[in-house]
Write a protein that binds this ligand. Structure first.
Ligand SMILES: Cc1cc2nc3c(=O)[nH]c(=O)nc-3n(C[C@H](O)[C@H](O)[C@H](O)COP(=O)(O)OP(=O)(O)OC[C@H]3O[C@@H](n4cnc5c(N)ncnc54)[C@H](O)[C@@H]3O)c2cc1C
Length: 392
């Protein structure tokens, strides 16, 4: 079975590996001269995701974290202890490592080769200027043709653009061992901003926004608020489209599947895409042959989409700028009662589990319930968010 894979990002590489391990004859096309470049991703993944990726990529792990601090627009924060560690990974290293594995398995890799889908079993190769035929095709071209996708892929209307800035700070900087997330819609409308500490004095600052034109200025402001008194060296800036909207209903043509950003299967709250990709490609290859693997991946993709759908409503509460006061008050109130919250429900990937919070943190649930009973204004704001975002 001859399978063509368009795109040498994590989706295309990992899919090629699984297809090849199942005995398929795989042809992978990547338009850039190298995989992993240009960079766009912050590279934060959970231990569970790395396990599902099932590839020897330890050398690409930069740092481990077990806590995330959530800030409101007033600078108050709560720290959550995650139920398992998360890691900052070097995405370029990851893609290069996956490429080596794919090549080792016999995947035919064509770099610097742009291709375009012309039919459900054929695509046009811009390098050879020829049409090529395949038994199956995998679309793993990321966000590249989001505005004008083939009819079976959803056109995404609202877009979050995210930019990362790798910076080095001079001076005496405290070592940090947690990731910070800032829910401040004045700075990052429709999304949030983040700080990832790497080595001492080196940080990734990032910001997602519905208003891309304002990102450079907002990032400067963000950087200034955090490190205004220090000398800052910007090492590099990189970013791209962050997917927060899932496809409504997917009906792939018989011989085609799309995976990763090409389909829009990121976690809607954080825009993290690696979890869904790794989960869809996590199966026992020894029990499946090339005839069946395509259908297996397809059904796994549908399962992942169903799971991610459950996270969509809770994400809207966090992404809706009109909930800023609610977020501010909630974080402020909790920060006055708790310095750190630890719960089995705090999962880096399964955000739908936040609903289970009361079961795992009865004390916090009780404290919040008392606030709800006593504070009429807060109750009103929460009710509005529930009606407009959770139940709509
Ligand atoms: C700012 C930012 C931060 C992020 N942070 C995280 C994070 O911390 N954790 C996380 O899990 N996710 C994160 N993501 C999301 C994550 O980066 C993506 O979900 C993931 O990279 C998607 O992988 P992909 O292979 O589907 O697409 P891509 O990585 O975009 O790969 C697509 C590949 O296809 C190639 N291509 C496109 N068109 C063609 C063509 N016609 N012919 C040949 N090749 C083609 C491209 O050159 C590219 O190499 C972030 C995204 C952004 C923008």
């Amino acid at each position: 079975m001859k399978t063509g894979v368009i795109g040498g990002g994590i989706s295309g590489l990992l899919t090629s590996i699984r297809l090849s391990e199942s005995g398929c004859n795989v042809y992978l096309y990547e338009e850039h001269t190298e995989v992993g470049l240009p960079e766009h991703c912050t590279g934060i993944v959970s231990k569970k995701t790395l396990k599902m990726m099932n590839a020897p990529i330890d050398e690409c792990i930069k740092k481990e974290f077990t806590e995330i601090a959530f800030f409101n627009s007033k600078g108050e924060s709560i720290k959550l202890k995650l139920n398992e560690p998360i890691f900052s990974i070097d995405r370029v290293c990851l893609e290069k490592k996956l490429l080596k594995i794919a090549e080792g398995l016999g995947v035919n890799v064509y770099l610097k080769t742009k291709v375009a889908l012309v039919d459900h079993d054929r695509f046009y190769n811009f390098s050879t200027k020829k049409i090529e035929d395949f038994n199956n095709i995998v679309l793993a071209w990321g966000n590249s043709i989001q505005q004008n996708p083939p009819p079976f892929l959803h056109k995404r209307t609202s877009q979050i653009i995210g930019i990362n800035r790798l910076i080095e700070i001079e001076g005496n900087i405290k070592e940090e061992n947690y990731i910070s997330v800032y829910f401040n819609h004045y700075l990052s409308p429709g999304f949030f901003s983040w700080k990832v500490p790497l080595n001492r004095g080196t940080f990734i600052l990032g910001l997602g926004s519905l208003d891309p034109k304002k990102i450079p200025l907002s990032l400067n402001k963000f950087e200034n608020e955090l490190f205004g008194n220090n000398r800052i060296k910007i090492v590099k800036s990189y970013g791209g489209v962050i997917n927060v909207s899932l496809p409504e209903a997917v009906a792939f043509p018989k011989k085609v599947i799309a995976i990763g950003d090409a389909l829009g299967m990121s976690k809607p709250l954080s825009g993290g895409g690696i979890y869904g990709i790794s989960k869809a490609l996590n199966f026992d290859v020894t029990r499946i042959n090339c005839e069946d693997v395509f259908e297996k991946i397809k059904s796994n993709i549908f399962n992942v989409l169903r799971e991610l759908k459950k996270q969509e409503r809770i994400s809207r509460v966090f992404h809706n700028p009109s909930n800023q006061e609610l977020l501010d008050e909630t974080i402020s109130f909790i920060s006055k009662n708790y310095s750190i919250i630890s719960s089995k429900a705090i999962d880096y990937d399964e955000h739908q589990n936040f609903i289970l919070f009361p079961i795992f943190s009865p004390k916090l649930f009780l404290t919040m319930s008392l606030k709800l009973i006593r504070d009429k204004e807060y109750r009103k704001k929460l009710k509005k968010a529930i009606y407009s975002d959770l139940l709509d």
